[in-house]
Design a protein. Structure first.
Length: 578
């Protein structure tokens, strides 16, 4: 396929960009404060990034980080985001400096296997990532916002789910179609996205303020959680060790393996959800569509720092803090004979009761063997479960996977039951809507680039509608809807190094950047930061693939690398252009 000759003048935002460029020039002449105000006014692509990263993956990862490890893993999301912003800044720098569409630039100046691998991985991530978002939006309405209407006898499923999903599709398709309209459509779209992000941040920020006012938060421990501790990849959090040490040594490994496995998945999920491979596709193309060029490089970095980093850290950090304060090392109520204020036995929520039973049954099968367990009468199974040591039943009750409803319900004594449900419901529903909208937008851009067409019109609309396939997930997923985002994030983590390595090579291409290639100390700093980001992503990705697929996964990686090398050799001989 030959390279597209489209230039930035083909983009629908060029007239607006000329006005924005003049605003920046004028503001710089008036000083830093005027420049700051202008940057705030003109920011956009960074907020788009924020809308997609604050979806089901980030919410779920934050919730389970708090549940499993308390405050001790607060560091992983800021660190992953900083490394991600380094790579986003690199692709933004290249795009704004050259005005070229990144896929064509990668195929021509680096390697077409890496270019097409990046594009196809981004599209795969869009489709896979859409699934937990629809499930999340459905859960927010049925569990938090309208729990007594949709999904109940008033409006039973599947009709309740169909009404919710139909509403989500109408809202998200309407909003994303605005992006296909030049000029005012893009501006309206970005304003809507900013409002969504602001609502999300305010909802979760308000919960933490309430928790802090009641004195239940230990800010000293929270600040310590910002210090990186890689040992948590293979060891339980220190706060769980007293419970593990109290268990019979024969069964300590059983519980330790469960904790570490979940902890590791959530840490990888959190890193992946911070900056996904589809986000790396959105940024450069959204900048090109706005007509930005090298004069906007300062605005681009400001945009990523304020529109992406700050809202993301506030929202996810608040969820981790809230979840940790309410759930970490705390058994879910109803499994240990607890009673309420009236002396009535507390019954655990159904979604947690199933998980608790699964955990204790696995523990019993380890003790007496699977065959012997299957032959036990039902009454004897109940007796055996109740006869487990209390500390093990406590551990099982700690490890059940809470959903958004459980988190909101646990805050009822602090905020009031109705308020807590609505705060979390609105925040979670906003996350789902924002993420689905952005996934639709990215997939539309991906399809246009795959077909080498202008990024507008029906090709973009059809690409956006492909993401609607994720709406089937609420009908087939039976577990905690929030947990669905964890394996999805882990899958996407395996794709991220493709983008990072590609951008590293692209940033060092003299044939592409020419005199805009960074020199001296600046180039050294860029390369060190990008190398750290790539190596971190590659390590986590390889580890994940090894744990899931073993040698089959290594063979896939080796095959991809071999294909890229073969194509590079052929290109050097002049037989392939892109």
């Amino acid at each position: 396929m030959t390279a597209n000759k489209n230039t930035k003048s083909d983009t629908p935002g060029i007239q607006s960009a000329e006005k924005e460029r003049q605003l920046i020039v004028n503001a710089r002449g008036k000083g830093p404060f005027a420049t700051f105000r202008t940057f705030v006014r003109l920011s956009g692509p960074g907020w788009l990034q924020s809308a997609i990263t604050m979806g089901g993956g980030s919410l779920s990862s934050s919730l389970y980080l708090g549940v499993l490890a308390g405050f001790s893993i607060l560091w992983i999301q800021p660190l992953a985001m900083i490394l991600g912003i380094v790579m986003l800044s690199a692709i933004g720098y290249v795009t704004l400096s050259t005005g070229e569409r990144p896929l064509r630039a990668i195929n021509k100046h680096v390697n077409p296997v890496l270019g097409w691998g990046w594009l196809l991985s981004a599209m795969t991530a869009n489709l896979v990532w859409s699934m937990p978002q629809y499930a999340l939006g459905t859960a927010a309405v049925q569990q938090n916002l309208l729990p007594n209407i949709l999904g109940t006898d008033v409006m039973p499923d599947p009709w309740g789910k169909l009404i919710i999903l139909g509403s989500i599709l109408v809202i998200t398709i309407t909003v994303v179609m605005l992006y296909g309209i030049a000029g005012w459509g893009v501006k309206v779209f970005e304003i809507i996205v900013k409002i969504m992000v602001a609502i999300i941040v305010l909802c979760f920020f308000g919960v933490v303020i309430k928790l802090s006012a009641t004195g239940v938060l230990e800010w000293g421990r929270i600040l310590k959680g910002l210090i990186p501790d890689p040992k948590l990849l293979y060891m339980p959090a220190k706060t769980l060790m007293p419970y593990i040490n109290a268990i019979d040594s024969v069964y300590q490994k059983f519980w330790t393996d469960i904790i570490v496995s979940q902890q590791r998945q959530v840490m990888i999920s959190a890193a992946s959800a911070s900056v996904g491979i589809n986000m790396t596709f959105l940024l450069p193309y959204s900048m090109l569509r706005k007509g930005w060029d090298r004069e906007f490089r300062g605005l681009a970095i400001f945009d990523l720092s304020t529109g992406l980093f700050i809202p993301f850290i506030l929202a996810t950090g608040c969820v981790v803090i809230a979840a940790s304060s309410q759930f970490h090392a705390t058994p879910a109520k109803g499994f240990l004979g607890e009673v309420d204020a009236q002396g009535q036995k507390i019954e655990p929520p159904e979604n947690l009761a199933r998980q608790y039973k699964d955990l204790v049954v696995r523990r019993l099968k380890l003790e007496i063997g699977p065959v012997a367990f299957e032959n036990l009468p039902r009454s004897e199974v109940t007796n055996r479960i109740n006869g487990l040591p209390r500390v093990e039943r406590q551990m099982a009750a700690m490890l059940v996977k809470r959903d958004a409803f459980n988190l909101a319900d646990s805050l009822a004594p602090l905020t009031g039951k109705g308020i807590s449900q609505y705060i979390f419901g609105i925040g979670i529903f906003g996350m789902a809507l924002g993420a689905i909208t952005m996934l639709m937008l990215i997939n539309g851009l991906c399809l246009c680039e795959m077909l080498n067409l202008p990024m507008k019109g029906w090709p973009q609309r059809l690409g956006s509608l492909m993401v609607a396939v994720g709406a089937i997930m609420p009908f087939i997923w039976k577990g905690a809807f929030l947990w669905l985002a964890i394996p999805t994030s882990v899958f996407n983590m395996t794709l991220l190094p493709i983008a990072y390595f590609t951008f590293f090579l692209l940033m060092n291409q003299k044939s592409l950047l020419g005199d805009k290639l960074p020199h001296g100390g600046k180039r050294a700093v860029w390369n060190v930061l990008m190398a750290v980001a790539f190596l971190a992503a590659a390590f986590i990705s390889t580890w994940t693939i090894w744990n899931k697929l073993r040698w089959d996964g290594i063979a896939i990686i080796a095959g991809f690398i071999a294909l890229a090398l073969i194509v590079q050799v052929i290109r050097k001989k002049g037989k392939i252009n892109d």
